[in-house]
Write a protein of this length. Structure first.
Length: 175
């Protein structure tokens, strides 16, 4: 039986090592809520999210991205119960020339690999979603989305009510 073909999730002929900003979303496998403590315990998110032990490992791996790749700046991020959002920027030198940078796929692959190694088993979905940020308005909208996503967790597209099978399945909540 022939399997359905996946829609390509990358821009055709785009160089993902190009200087610029990128919005990345990575979900846990089967969208399991592994990264926060007591996700369903309250009606609204507490003022300070308590990351689970896995969430702390993910948070640490995200913060280490610039140490592994000096040309990649971590502009903003959030760790949600079953996914993460990253706002990454590949930098240029003072003359505006692109620095020697990895592709976004290489950065994500390494970060996911570090988390898998530290936890001892893979927690991530195979793929991730990216959005190439095209202008300042787009950047600010994404920054705000990342910043307020934890507060709006129960309204989030990736929110799964553990008592039901209901969930959404878009490619990405922002697009």
């Amino acid at each position: 039986m022939e399997q359905p073909r996946r829609k390509p999730n990358r821009l055709k002929d785009y160089d993902y090592s190009t200087a610029g900003a990128y919005f990345i979303t990575i979900c846990t496998k089967d969208r399991k809520s592994l990264l926060w403590e007591d996700v369903g315990a309250s009606i609204a998110r507490p003022a300070a999210v308590r990351l689970s032990p896995y969430g702390h490992i993910v948070d640490q791996a995200i913060r280490q991205i610039p140490a592994h790749y000096p040309a990649v700046l971590l502009e903003n991020y959030t760790v949600m119960p079953n996914h993460i959002h990253l706002l990454l920027r590949i930098d240029t030198d003072p003359d505006g020339q692109a620095l020697d940078a990895p592709t976004i796929s290489q950065v994500i692959q390494q970060m996911k690999g570090i988390v898998t190694k530290r936890i001892g088993w893979p927690i991530w979905q195979k793929l991730f979603h990216d959005h190439v940020i095209r202008n300042e308005r787009d950047y600010l909208k994404i920054w705000e989305y990342i910043e307020y996503n934890p507060i709006r967790w129960k309204e989030d597209c990736f929110f799964i009510d553990e008592g039901t099978d209901e969930q959404c399945s878009p490619l990405h909540p922002y697009d």
